[in-house]
Design a binder for this molecule. Structure first.
Ligand SMILES: NC(=O)c1ccc[n+]([C@@H]2O[C@H](COP(=O)([O-])OP(=O)(O)OC[C@H]3O[C@@H](n4cnc5c(N)ncnc54)[C@H](OP(=O)(O)O)[C@@H]3O)[C@@H](O)[C@H]2O)c1
Length: 355
């Protein structure tokens, strides 16, 4: 048992400390457990205007890998020695702020730790969850949380699918991709998912209602796309970039749309990644490629929550969660995002939900 696993179990039992993971080193290639440092700090005491939040669930996301790198990005990189950045759902344990009271369920970017003190300047960044919730709390880490909103706005606002069109999505069995495909079905599109195993393909088609799914590890993607998309591709929701994007580009229809959501195939690369090689197809087919960040849509998240909530109730959207038990397992669990060893949304259960 690693030192921090043993310490963390003791800490869990007496609950007197705040367990944290801080960034110890900038990863080279895949993230290693040694890129994090385990620390124990006292639980902070509050001043006027402040709120203390206990973490219940920690979200693990591909963008964690970006934040750990010292590269040009959409937020400042996490500094070496700082608590690792991460989205959480938590409960207000104590409040000296009139806008929050003990027991409120909130989400925010409060990091890889048991407790976070939110100072008065940052309290406005806390998002209060609906009361009553109307769905399990974990759904707010999945389709009703940021990855669900990403699917919703990326597909509907940027992709603009129309009934009868063909929508292809990569990392289709993941948190964002699985919701993208199901929303596209709600909009009466033909939906084709790309993922890494036959079991995930089966899940997409038989349980989530995709029209077809392609295992990119075992199939020739170019011929599989030709077979699954006989009318070409109108919307390609790109979660991965790289060679999958290159295989898709020649199949794009005139005036097709590519919401560029993520480039996970490149996140662990130590050298700049060349390509796409079929870039010319964007010109020939007059394709619109648009990158987007869900941060820009946060103020509209209530719209996504309302629609996705309704589709969940109508069972038009289903979801899977991969829940890892214990903050101590977060560094190792991050690898599941890159080895394809999970379905749906990856999260860590840090403490119990309030009863
Ligand atoms: N723009 C935004 O605001 C925003 C917000 C959230 C997420 N994202 C991006 O959206 C993408 C999906 O995020 P997510 O949270 O839903 O993660 P996820 O899909 O739940 O997990 C990542 C998945 O990516 C696939 N993958 C990993 N390495 C790959 C590689 N080398 N080549 C191809 N596929 C690979 C794996 O699925 P397979 O088994 O299918 O290979 C893995 O399960 C990521 O690129 C992420 O950065 C963007």
């Amino acid at each position: 048992m690693l030192y921090y696993e043993r310490q963390s179990k003791i800490a869990c039992m007496n609950k007197k400390i705040n367990r944290q993971f801080r960034l110890a080193a900038r990863p080279v290639g895949l993230v290693k457990e040694s890129d994090f440092e385990y620390r124990e700090e006292p639980i902070p005491s509050l001043k006027d205007g402040e709120v203390l939040v206990r973490t219940i669930y920690l979200s693990l996301d591909p963008t964690n890998r970006i934040w750990m790198s010292d590269m040009d990005q959409y937020m400042p990189p996490v500094e070496i020695g700082s608590v690792m950045r991460g989205g959480i759902i938590g409960v207000v344990e104590e409040s000296k702020n009139q806008n929050f009271k003990q027991g409120d369920l909130v989400s925010g970017m409060l990091g890889w730790q048991d407790y976070a003190l939110v100072c008065s300047d940052n309290v406005s960044s806390l998002m209060r969850l609906p009361n009553p919730l109307l769905a399990p709390l974990t759904a707010f880490m999945g389709p009703l949380g940021a990855t669900g909103w990403t699917a919703y706005f990326g597909l509907l606002d940027i992709g603009q699918p129309k009934a009868g069109e063909t929508v292809v999505v990569s990392a289709a069995a993941g948190a964002v991709g699985s919701v993208v495909g199901q929303i596209a079905k709600v909009k009466d599109c033909r939906v084709v998912g790309i993922t890494s195993s036959d079991e995930k393909c089966r899940w997409l088609v038989e349980e989530l209602g995709f029209d077809a799914a392609i295992n990119y590890k075992t199939t020739d993607l170019v011929s599989a796309l030709a077979q699954s998309c006989p009318k070409g591709i109108d919307v390609y929701f790109d979660n991965v970039g790289g060679s999958i994007l290159d295989a898709v580009l020649p199949k794009m229809n005139l005036y097709g749309r590519i919401p560029l959501c993520g480039l996970i195939s490149t996140y662990n690369a130590s050298e700049p990644v060349p390509g796409p090689y079929n870039y010319s197809q964007i010109l020939m087919k007059r394709v619109r490629v648009q990158g987007f960040l869900i941060l820009d849509y946060f103020s509209q998240s209530h719209i996504a929550i309302k629609d996705i909530g309704q589709w969940l109730q109508q069972e038009k959207i289903k979801y899977a969660l991969e829940i890892v038990e214990g903050l101590e397992n977060a560094p190792k669990a991050l690898q599941k995002l890159f080895d394809g060893n999970k379905k749906g949304k990856l999260l860590v259960k840090v403490s119990e939900e309030p009863s």
